[in-house]
Design a protein around this ligand. Sequence first.
Ligand code: FUL
Length: 678
Amino acid sequence: MTYLKYLIIPFVFMTWVQTKAQLPKPTPLQMEWQKMEQIAFVHFSINTFTDMEWGYGNESPELFNPTQLDCRQWVKICKDAGLKGVILTAKHHDGFCLWPSKYTGHSVKNSPWKNGKGDVVREFSEACKEYGLKMGLYLSPWDCNHPAYGKPEYNQYFKNQLTELLTNYGDLFEIWFDGANGGRGYYGTDSLHNRSIAADYYDWKGFVEIVRKLQPNCVVHGGGLPDIRWVGNEEGHAAETHWSSLRPNDQFDKDKSRPQQLNTGHEDGTRWLPSETDVSVRPGWYYHAFEDHKVKTLPELTDIYYESVGRNSLLLLNLSPDKRGLVHPIDSARLLEWKRQLDLDFSKNLIDKNCRFSSGEPKNLKSAFDNDFNSYWQASSTTGTLEIDFRKEITCNRLLLQEYIPEGQKVKNFAVDIWENGNWAELTKATTIGYKRILRFLPVKTQKLRIRIEGSLAPAMISTVAVYNAPVLLAQPEIRRDQSGKITILSPDKIGEIYYTTDGTQPTRSSARYSQPFVLDGPAIVKAVICNGPDNQGETTTQKFTGSKSEWKIVGETKPNPALFDGNPGSTWTSKKGVKSIEIDLGAATSFRGISYLPDQSRGNYGIALNYIVSVSPDGNTWEPVAKGEFSNIRNNPVGQTINFSKPVQFQFLKLESTLISDGHPSLGIAELNLITD
Ligand code: FUL
C-alpha cells in the first residue's frame, strides 16, 4: 500500500498538471467582455415600419420615418436597467443601412427622416458616450437588397461597410455578424428569388482581420466563431451544464445538433469561446403593436437572468423601439421592474464578518468569501470542500459561486449541504460553475452550509461564494383547456393559492379560489393569479379561448389526439413521416379569419414549418387556398405565429401544409393550433 502511494500520487499529479496546461483560458478581452454580464440589443430599422421580422430587400427607404427618434431614450433605459453596453442593428438582413453608407443608396440618406440628412448610428454612438455605456454594432452579412449578394464581389461591399462602421463612430466593444440566411430576397431585382451561398462564401477571415486592425478592443460574435459564441437558442437560456470551451468545428458530436452543443459547450473543448444569450423582451426582435401585451413578464425576465448570467453565460437582452423611434413604456417599465427585482434578490450577502470558514485546504480560504473576483481559494486536488458557519440560523434560497476563470474553467460537479439536526443533509447537486453560477432553491433554514466539489478538470479556483435570501417572486399561473373544454390552472412553482375569474375582471384574493379543473367550453376568457400570504400577489395570466374544439378531428387519424388538443404548449403532435400537412375536420361549418400556430416548444424544436399554405374546404375534398407565406426567423425563435386571412371564411375543413420544414425533418410538428375568430 505504502509503495502504491508513490505510484499513484505522481500519476494523479501528472494528470492534472497536464490537464491544467491544456485548459483553454480567456484572453484579457474575453475576460473584460464576460465581466459586463448583461448588455442590450436594439432592433430598429425598416422592419419596424413594415411590421416584419425579416424584410425582403425591396422595401422603399421612404418608409423609414420615425417621428420622435431619440437614441438617448433607449440608452438611458438600458443604463437604468443595469445593462452595461448596447448593440444596434446597423444593417439587418433587408440591407437597409441606419447610417448614410457611401456604398449604397439603400439607407437613411434616401429616407424622409431628417430629409435624408440623419444618421442613426451617429446619434446612437453619441448617446452611448453621454451615458457611459459601451457601444456595439450588428451588421448582417445576408443582404437581400444588394445586387451582388451571392457573388464574390459582395464580400468587398461588406468589408467597405464594416470599415465605415469601425472607423467613423468611435470605440466598439462588440461586432455582431449574424449567421442567419433564409436565401430569399429581391437582391436589387424586381422578383423575389433565392440566392444560395456555399458554406465558405463569406470571407470571415478577411472580415475579422478588419476588426482586429481597426478596433483591437472589440470582440467578434459569429463570423467563424472567433471570440464569443451564440448560446444555441433565442429563448434566453444556457444549459445547466455550461462550458465556456468548445472543440474545433470538425470535432462536434455527430449525434447532437449544433445548437444543442453551443448550448452546453464541450467539457473537453480546446478553445475558450464563452456564450452570449440573446433574447428579446418581446416575442419578436422588432416592434409590432400586436405584441404589446406579450412583453415578457417579470418572472420570465428574472428566469432569463438566472438561466443566462446565473449559468455562466452573458445576457444580451433586446429592446424594440417603435415607429416613433422610442422604446414603448410597457417595455421600459418592465425593464426597470426587473432591475429592482434583481437588486432586491442580491441586496444582502448573508456571508459577513461573523461567519467562520473551514476547508480541507485552509490556505487562502478567506479569498473565496471576500467579494473580490481577483483573489481566490484553490483546492488541493480535483475535489474539495468549503464550509461556512453563519453562527446563527439563517434563511437562504440563493447560492452564488464564481470560478477564477482567467486560469480556465474547471469544476465539473458539486453538491451543497445544509446543517440539519446536528448532521449534514444534501440540499442540491449541480454541475458546472464557470464565471458565475447562481443556484435557486426553496428557502431553507440552516446555521451552516457546505459546498462539496465532487469533480473538476484540475484543482478548482473559487473566487466568490455568496449566499442570499431573495424575496419570493410568484410565477404566473398557466391556464390550459383540453378538447373537452376542461380548464386546468397550474402554479409552476407549486407555491401559494390560485384565484381566478371568468368574466374578464382582474382576479384578487376575493375571487373564486381554484381547487380543481372545471369545464368552460366555447368562447371564454379566464384570468388567474397566484397569491402567497397576505401581501404577495403575482402577475395575472389572461387566456382567451375561441370556440369549442370538442368536435375537432384530425382527418385520417382514428385515435383522439391529446397532444394537439390538450391546450398544453409542452406537448406536440407530429404528422406521419413524409406528410408535411394536417387536415382538421372542425365538426361543422365554422367562421374564422385566421389561425394561430405554435411550433414544437421542446429543446429539439421538431418539425417547425418555415413556410405555410392554409386551405379551407366544405367537404374535405375540394380545397381553396386562403393564405400563403413564410414564418421569418421561426427556427431560431419558435414563438407562436399568427396567420391572418384577407377576409373571414366559413368552412368545415381546414388544412395547414408546409413545403419547407426546419432541419430537413420529415414531418410537421404542431404544439397548438387555434382559430382566430374575433
Ligand atoms: C437572428 C436574426 O435572423 C434575427 O432577425 C435577429 O436579428 C437575431 C438577433 O438573430 O439570427
